[in-house]
Ligand binder design. Structure first.
Ligand code: UD1
Ligand code: UDP
Length: 361
């Protein structure tokens, strides 16, 4: 079986790394699987890309397309063209795509035009906010995929509600659980404290990069005003995404109370999550990782795809409203205790195994 894996953005390295490890394990057990990896180049800084391949021992990409830092249409279009060339050359049985980035959609479109079967990992997630580029990417990718690997029951239900049984592509829905949980469990024991700055025993871990926040000055100012206020009481450690860094500089947003650091590799990130008291973020992946490490999470978005976290009381949606963020900070600090944590909410850490077993079937 030949699989072409498409990746390009930070969260995809982390997800695909876990599945690649499972492919290698299956090969050692005698399975005949060849994985060819295409890196689109969507993320390209060393601390947004190379560090993950090195630290997580992800197989080196076979193809690097170098398509990054462009508008949505230009990026997606150029990726489709270059991915198509590779697929014509490699003729895989499957194209494996992850999540909801422009790299995901480009890979899916290129494969579908060549009638190559698509397997989508993290299928079925919905924010029901069609203005999000990620929502468009995931809906379209799901629609043309042959196997839809859902991380949660809510994702399965979304696909049923959209009428997947009536789609023309005989799509198969598999509740696989979440590959990020597999990764978090695996790398927990390899975590390393980041160096080069002072860190308190008690701190908030924060990340901000979503377009709906960075591209709206009103939202971004409100978020940073709230963070600055929180940082007067408790250290706020913020590994800063390059997109946010650029906009903060342009808008001259005050970050003086915050401990801003460069993006970190996954081993440092796992350490930071594990030792934090609270996570504040607009990231998709980090909301779940906070839960895997039994940390309460405040999500600075108006909606989330990970609705089960909100239902479990582990995650609070506060939008980008200063008063709501500060109120959320007060109420969430002590909210999630180890005894209310359910390790099976995301499948218990066997997602990669289920995904490869299903593809082999
Ligand atoms: C992308 C995904 C988003 C995901 C995020 C993960 C889409 C539509 N969005 O958003 O869903 O949550 O990745 O981090 O695919 N940049 C650099 N160096 C890099 C990468 C980016 O400087 O290595 C800067 C560039 O100015 C670039 C900007 O960040 O134009 C935005 O990058 P892009 O990949 O377009 O979107 P993200 O915000 O990273
Ligand atoms: N992450 C990381 N270093 C950082 C910030 C995030 O390794 O400096 C990890 C984080 O732990 C999670 C993934 O990157 O596993 C999430 O990626 P991101 O927030 O960029 O994207 P999203 O999940 O929102 O699509």
């Amino acid at each position: 079986m030949k699989i072409v894996t498409i990746l390009g953005a930070r969260p995809q390295f982390i997800k695909a790394g876990t599945v690649s490890r499972e492919i290698l394990r299956q090969c050692e057990l005698g399975a005949d699987i060849k994985e060819v990896i295409i890196h689109t180049g969507q993320h390209y800084d060393a601390n947004m890309s190379d560090v993950f391949f090195e630290e997580m021992q992800i197989p080196k990409p076979d193809y690097f397309l170098g398509v990054g830092a462009k508008t949505h249409g230009s990026m997606t279009g150029q990726m489709i063209e270059k991915i198509e060339d590779v697929l014509l050359n490699e003729k895989p049985d499957w194209v494996l795509v992850y999540g909801d980035t422009n790299s995901t959609l480009a890979g899916a479109i290129a494969a579908s035009k060549l009638h190559i079967k698509i397997a989508h990992v993290e299928a079925g997630l919905r924010s029901f906010n069609i203005r999000m580029p990620e929502e468009v990417n995931r809906i379209l990718t799901d629609r043309i995929s042959s196997i839809l690997f859902c991380p949660t029951q809510a994702a399965v239900d979304n696909l049923k509600n959209e009428g997947i049984n009536h789609w023309q592509n005989n799509a198969k829905v598999v509740l696989s659980g979440d590959v990020m949980q597999d990764g978090a469990f695996f790398y927990k024991n390899l975590a390393q404290q980041p160096q080069g700055f002072l860190i308190d025993d008690d701190y908030v871990l924060c990340t901000i990069h979503r377009a709906e926040n960075t591209d709206d000055p009103k939202r971004l100012f409100a978020i940073f005003e709230a963070l600055n206020q929180i940082a007067k009481n408790q250290q706020v450690v913020l590994p800063l995404h390059p997109r946010t860094k650029k906009i903060i500089q342009e808008l001259q947003i005050n970050t003086k109370n915050l401990t801003i650091i460069n993006p970190v590799g996954y081993l440092n990130m796992v350490w930071l999550i594990h030792h934090s008291s609270l996570v504040m973020t607009d990231s998709g992946g980090l909301q779940k990782e906070a839960y895997f490490f039994a940390k309460p999470c405040i999500t600075m978005r108006d909606e989330t795809e990970w609705v089960e976290l909100v239902e479990a009381g582990a995650n609070k949606l506060v939008g980008a409203d200063k008063a709501k963020i500060l109120a959320g900070y007060q109420t969430m600090q002590m909210s999630l205790r180890n005894d209310s944590y359910d390790p099976n909410l995301y499948g218990g850490g066997e997602a990669a195994m289920k995904i490869i077993a299903e593809l082999l079937r």
